[in-house]
Design a protein around this ligand. Structure first.
Ligand code: HEC
Ligand code: HEC
Ligand code: HEC
Ligand code: HEC
Ligand code: HEC
Length: 275
């Protein structure tokens, strides 16, 4: 243990000098967790390398967002007073991630995985998503390789099929909304409806119940066909407006032609005394 403390103190000194010059250059504090851990090597640096490629880095969830601690002060960085949580134990992980992903955690806790995790070692957040290299989630995470380590693939497959069908229809409707967006018709309400439907069904993924997901799919599909109907209405309206515009232009064209013809025939000086 002593060598670890000595190492931390040594690095603290090195970083303090490095940080002050970096700070002078950039005018702001660097994240000390990242600075120190990148120099530690092995699994301590690996966490930084993996996190660098993650959606969390992209969205600004840094080391201290998950682990707690003070990322601006080397002396306090990994202390209890700064709220440092350390490395979570396996069964603590759902709460650890659930600080931010509240709805997902609730659904996970109700699932067969959440309920039996303590007894059976069923998967938790990190088993499926990884810890530092977390990417944008998709249904691709449900596949034979990931989901047949502990049981058969029939239930995962049913869940994936139900969600994939709905996702496809959502993608089609999203593209269609984009198409009609250029017209003066307001599509905001439809976009909001689609967004809400998407979130409602994807929220249920973590419950992992084939029945719950099928029931939710029925509701979502109804919402989607309502959006589809509205879009059809909008398309009809756009065609109607186009027809009216063409009608008006044609009318103007003929009116202009008649006036010109009239002026040519009746307003020429040689025609003045013919009538
Ligand atoms: C000055 C260097 C230094 C800084 C700054 C630093 N760490 Fe560490 N960290 C270490 C060392 C060395 C270890 C391994 C020794 C140990 O576990 O005490 C470690 C271990 C860890 C562990 C694993 C703990 C365990 O129980 O296995 C986590 C998690 C961690 N650091 C996160 C952070 C976070 C988050 C920050 C910023 C708020 C941070 N570190 C800042 C040097 C640093
Ligand atoms: C999304 C949350 C999250 C973020 C952000 C995060 N970690 Fe972690 N980290 C974890 C989890 C969860 C574990 C426990 C790993 C496990 O059990 O799979 C862990 C474990 C660790 C460990 C212990 C590794 C080991 O194998 O003993 C270190 C060190 C660590 N993290 C450092 C960092 C550093 C440095 C950063 C910032 C670059 C960071 N973490 C960002 C979630 C996170
Ligand atoms: C401090 C808050 C915070 C913590 C703790 C946290 N995350 Fe996140 N996470 C975010 C933010 C912010 C995003 C990006 C916005 C979004 O997509 O929700 C995100 C995105 C994600 C995504 C991608 C979502 C998508 O849209 O596809 C996954 C998966 C994820 N986190 C899993 C985890 C896991 C697993 C843990 C625990 C190891 C964790 N998160 C801990 C804040 C957090
Ligand atoms: C059995 C594997 C598995 C476990 C365990 C798991 N997830 Fe997921 N997670 C997935 C899959 C698959 C998706 C993508 C599903 C979808 O698109 O509906 C996902 C999606 C997500 C998303 C994005 C949600 C969205 O609206 O797009 C977040 C955030 C997330 N998970 C966080 C977590 C957290 C936090 C935990 C632990 C409490 C957890 N996951 C546990 C498989 C898992
Ligand atoms: C580490 C082991 C493990 C892995 C990996 C795993 N599961 Fe499970 N799963 C379990 C356990 C344990 C149960 C509860 C006992 C049972 O119903 O078989 C379970 C149950 C289920 C159920 C039934 C839920 C119910 O209420 O009937 C579904 C659905 C499921 N898992 C989906 C998945 C999916 C999807 C994946 C891959 C992303 C996956 N599992 C990966 C261990 C695992």
């Amino acid at each position: 243990m002593r060598w670890k403390i000595a190492l931390i103190l040594f690095l603290t000194l090195c970083l303090n000098t490095k940080q002050s010059s970096a700070q002078q250059k950039e005018g702001k504090a660097e994240n000390v967790c990242i600075q120190c851990h990148s120099q530690l090597g092995g699994k301590f640096a690996e966490s930084v390398e993996q996190w660098n490629k993650s959606i969390h880095k992209e969205m600004g969830n840094n080391c201290e967002g998950c682990h707690g601690g003070d990322a601006a002060d080397i002396g306090r960085a990994m202390t209890k007073e700064a709220g440092f949580l350390g490395k979570p134990k396996l069964l603590e992980i759902p709460d650890f991630c659930g600080k931010c992903h509240i709805g997902v955690k609730e659904n996970y806790s109700k699932s067969a995985h959440g309920i039996s995790a303590a007894k059976t070692g069923a998967p938790n957040c990190v088993t499926c998503h990884g810890n530092h290299d977390i990417k944008k989630a998709s249904l691709e995470l449900i596949n034979e390789k990931n989901c047949t380590r502990c049981h058969t693939y029939d239930r995962p497959q049913k869940i994936k099929q139900a969600l994939a069908g709905t996702d496809k229809e959502m993608a089609r409707l999203t593209a269609q909304i984009k198409d009609v967006k250029g017209s003066s018709i307001d599509t905001k309400r439809l976009e909001e409806k689609l967004f809400a439907a998407r979130n409602a069904i994807h929220q249920v993924t973590h419950v992992l119940s084939v029945d719950r997901i099928s029931a939710m799919k029925a509701t979502t599909d109804k919402e989607l066909s309502a959006v589809d109907e509205s879009l059809k209405g909008i398309e009809k309206e756009i065609i109607k407006r186009k027809r009216i515009a063409i009608g008006v232009s044609l009318f103007c064209f003929f009116a202009a032609a008649v006036i010109i013809l009239y002026r040519k025939t009746f307003l020429k000086p040689e025609n003045w005394f013919k009538v």
